[in-house]
Design a protein around this ligand. Structure first.
Ligand SMILES: Nc1ncnc2c1ncn2[C@@H]1O[C@H](COP(=O)(O)OP(=O)(O)OP(=O)(O)O)[C@@H](O)[C@H]1O
Ligand SMILES: [Mg+2]
Length: 318
């Protein structure tokens, strides 16, 4: 073969291959839409099967494998995208131009490839894991917190009291409420479970602007509990409630601005008797009252507390 022949054959193949692919988008459009349809159906079958397995593991109080959560979200997104392609296909069926046929054909091939890959990835051996029996997650805190130790001791003392279910920490902005709460959380890292008897120590921001839904998601995330994306507040509450009811927990709610209905969130009633306790921080004493705090701490926490008022008072007679 001469050099010219070789160049022209390479050139021809370079021109022909993309052209052939594009022609196939046109010619095989209907066939690929059909294939896409059946791949999506297979994907739905796999999704349903995984959801049944998740339901079973939910009953065993297990948490969803994060890869499965991501996969489920991708399947939902894929379903929407394919529906759009099918809608356009249906609408234009009467008046196809070569260009629109080519466009839909190309999208169908692309999605078909993605859907097949997604289907393969969905062959999960393990859709859930057991939740660790004891968990506290460290939260960042300023390194120098000398002045806070005595407040920490007081709160820990209250927590040991079987009559105290809710402790309220209140004081003006910047006095160190969050720092104290974080200190309480970190205190439980490395502490033997038997010392206090909690299965879980959960620190969450509870500012009103977050909303109940966000608070539920944050709590679930901290304890490793799977919540179906898009589930209602009531469903999340009942899931949290059925999980937390069986646990001994210390819930640390930071920055409450208003009364928060713990039952609506899915937090069991905390009388203090069964080691289910809540410590909250707020700027307002009234919030502690509305929340039914059995003990409150008010003042300035931290290095300035030698100068400041640290009043402790019991605002409830049992
Ligand atoms: N014991 C401490 N030692 C050193 N720094 C502290 C101490 N307590 C608080 N701080 C610092 O003071 C600042 C305010 O503290 P923090 O955020 O805890 O206040 P707050 O009472 O929660 O305020 P807000 O009501 O606005 O939420 C933070 O920068 C924190 O790092
Ligand atoms: Mg704060």
């Amino acid at each position: 073969m001469s050099v010219i022949d070789s160049i022209s054959s390479t050139l021809a193949s370079h021109l022909w291959n993309p052209l052939a692919t594009r022609l196939r988008y046109l010619i095989e459009m209907e066939e690929n839409i059909g294939k896409l349809d059946s791949t999506i159906k297979n994907l739905e079958v796999r999704k349903n099967e995984i959801q049944v397995r998740l339901k079973i593991s939910e009953g065993k109080q297990e948490t969803c494998n994060p890869e499965v959560t991501e996969w489920l979200e991708k399947v939902t997104a894929m379903g929407t995208e394919v529906d759009e392609i099918k809608n356009v296909h249906k609408k234009r069926k009467q008046s196809f131009t070569y260009w629109s046929k080519y466009e839909i054909g190309m999208q169908a091939v692309k999605k078909l490839k993605e859907a097949k890959m997604l289907h393969e990835k969905g062959a999960f051996k393990q859709v859930s894991f057991e939740i660790p029996p004891y968990s506290v997650q460290e939260v960042p805190i300023v390194p120098l917190t000398e002045g806070i130790e005595c407040n920490l001791r007081d709160v820990l003392q209250y927590l040991k009291d079987g009559k105290v279910g809710i402790v309220g920490i209140w004081g003006m902005g910047g006095v160190g409420k969050t720092t104290l709460l974080r200190k309480i959380n970190n205190h439980f890292i490395g502490v033997a479970k038997e010392n206090y008897g909690y299965d879980l120590v959960i620190y969450v921001m509870a500012s009103t602007s977050y909303g109940i839904g966000q608070l539920q998601v944050d709590i679930a995330e901290k304890i490793g509990l799977f919540m179906k994306p898009g589930s209602s507040t009531e469903m999340r509450a009942s899931l949290l409630l059925s999980f937390l009811r069986r646990k001994k927990f210390l819930l640390l709610l930071d920055d409450l601005w208003d009364y928060l209905d713990l039952a609506e969130v899915g937090i069991p009633y905390t009388s203090g008797l069964n080691n289910q306790k809540v410590v909250l921080t707020t700027r307002y004493e009234t919030v502690c009252g509305h929340m039914g705090a059995h003990k409150t701490i008010c003042g300035m926490f931290g290095p300035r507390d030698s100068l400041a008022i640290v009043q402790r008072k019991s605002n409830r007679s049992y």
